[in-house]
Write a protein of this length. Structure first.
Ligand SMILES: *Cc1c(COP(=O)(O)O)cnc(C)c1O
Length: 496
């Protein structure tokens, strides 16, 4: 007797798989003809909230029908060539397919002498080499930049605490007379704050270091802050620099910051969640790349500018042994490091981070790297940079718009004061907010908003090799139309 939903023959797997492949092909190639974004209708979300858990199963075909009818029509826009919101890239096709293959193997990549473990080590090594890290460097794949940053900060905290005689794993920071501090640029990502909160350092002890005119963290101000804290007996734990801020694509002077960190012997973590791939691959960023060799850890997100399907974050560590000290539950005297070719394999990833059962993220990253190649990636990233430069040029040339910032593939702009529909320039923020809403709901293009120097602004990020200059022009046309209408919201386009 076959059990419903469980016993599949090879023929059934093949037939259902082929149908899924058809759906994937239609979805990915059909996106450009759909509205960029189409909110989930209220009736549909209400239906979702009301539906009870199914008591009996239905054939997979029926489930797939429902996915096609009710799920796929409502993505958040990413994948569409005219989607410019946040930092959300389209999934590379090879990565999508690799995701299914990884699930078919379904290992726990906690560790063990399985191919998945060796693939992950290979992927880590490839990136470590690109960053100029030494041969004994290491790292691991995690869910994203936030997890990579939390992991790096935990390692830095462990090292800093040990130096002042605190066993942070046993005692936490409880009862310690020491005050621990951390440092992030004013444009640094919020994940630094989250990590500092969670690690018990407390965001009141996270120093925000001011920026220069190019929105880069100022090394002189960092030195001042560190010197002040050290003089007051505080214990600096970590400094987070950023290569590619999420707001404007600003790139910190990693070399100068690293020199300051060396002076105070403090951990330097580099947030390359967005810009890391460009820094590692594009000749334009060679100077920054060279400086990476002198930092302690780097976070970068293959699920952003390497177009690997979510989730895929990467943490590179100059001295992976420090991560083992911070996370391993295996006492040093019991570690089985002599079984590289036996059952245990290399030291387990689960000793170097938070996760125990770990997904086979490496397969999709490795597949994309093998399929696209470093040269291919350089070209794709270059195309994104050029599309963003085209946008910046077009904004500059338009008297109705004002360019506020352009860094890497990010362009920040707003409607120029006094432009048509700007309400005599009395309330430019209100107009840009209305333009944003109008564009997002209009379905022709999608961008997101941000705040720059206290003012609201429109922000576009190109991390999609499918985005052409015509798509960029379509975005600007949508913005101009919305501004001309005075940002008056109109009803969203419905249907395909
Ligand atoms: C996206 C991003 C993060 C956070 O990474 P997640 O993958 O979303 O957790 C951190 N820093 C920068 C610069 C980012 O763009």
């Amino acid at each position: 007797m076959t059990r419903p939903g469980w016993d599949w023959t090879a023929e059934e797997i093949r037939a259902a798989g082929h149908r899924v492949a058809d759906v994937v092909a239609d979805h990915l190639t059909g996106l450009p003809d759909e509205p960029v974004f189409r909110p989930v209708p209220a009736a549909e979300s209400a239906r979702r909230r009301a539906e009870p858990a199914p008591r009996t199963g239905v054939p997979f075909d029926a489930v797939l029908d429902e996915v096609v009818a009710r799920v796929l029509p409502h993505p958040f826009g990413n994948g569409h060539p005219r989607f410019f919101g946040w930092v959300n890239s389209p999934p590379g096709v090879a990565g999508v397919l690799a995701e299914a293959l990884a699930a078919a193997v379904n290992p726990s990549v906690a560790g063990g002498n399985s191919a998945a473990v060796h693939l992950e080590h290979q992927v880590v090594r490839w990136f470590a080499e690109l960053a100029g890290f030494p041969p004994d460097a290491g790292g691991l794949l995690v869910s994203g930049g936030s997890a990579a940053t939390l992991t790096a900060f935990a390692v830095a905290r462990h090292r800093a605490a040990a130096r002042v005689g605190i066993d942070v794993r046993a005692d936490g920071l409880q009862g310690s007379d020491h005050r621990f501090t951390a440092y992030v640029g004013a444009e640094g990502h919020g994940c630094a704050h989250k990590a500092i909160d969670l690690l018990g350092i407390g965001s009141a002890n996270l120093r925000t270091i001011g920026s220069d005119a190019d929105r880069r963290m100022r090394p002189d101000l960092l030195r001042e802050a560190l010197a002040g804290d050290v003089a007051a007996g505080r214990v600096p734990v970590v400094v987070m620099a950023t290569v590619g801020t999420v707001n404007t694509g600003a790139i910190d002077d990693v070399g100068a910051l690293a020199a300051v960190c060396r002076e105070f012997d403090v951990w330097l973590h580099v947030d390359g969640a967005y810009g890391g791939p460009a820094v590692l691959l594009h000749e334009r960023y060679a100077a920054t790349r060279a400086a990476l060799a002198g930092v302690d850890s780097i976070a970068l997100d293959p699920h952003k500018w390497l177009y690997v399907p979510v989730d895929a974050g990467l943490l590179l560590l100059r001295e992976p042994g420090l991560a083992r000290d911070a996370f391993s539950l295996v006492p040093a005297y019991l570690r089985t490091d002599g079984d590289e070719h036996g059952v245990a394999g290399p030291p387990w990833f689960s000793e170097f981070g938070l996760e125990q059962t770990r997904p086979f993220r490496a397969l999709k990253v490795w597949t994309m790297l093998r399929h696209v190649g470093l040269d291919g990636y350089r070209d794709l990233i270059d195309g994104d940079l050029r599309a963003a430069a085209h946008l910046a040029d077009a904004v500059r040339a338009d008297p109705g718009l004002e360019l506020l910032a352009h860094g890497m593939s990010i362009v920040v702009f707003r409607c120029a004061e006094g432009a048509p529909g700007v309400d005599g320039g009395r309330d430019p923020d209100a107009l840009d907010r209305a333009v944003l809403r109008d564009v997002q709901l209009g379905g022709r293009a999608f961008l997101s908003g941000t705040t720059l120097d206290g003012a609201f602004a429109l922000r576009a990020c190109v991390v999609n090799p499918g985005t052409t200059t015509a798509d960029v022009d379509a975005l600007l046309a949508a913005v101009r139309d919305a501004a001309t209408r005075g940002g008056r919201p109109r009803s969203p386009r419905v249907g395909p």
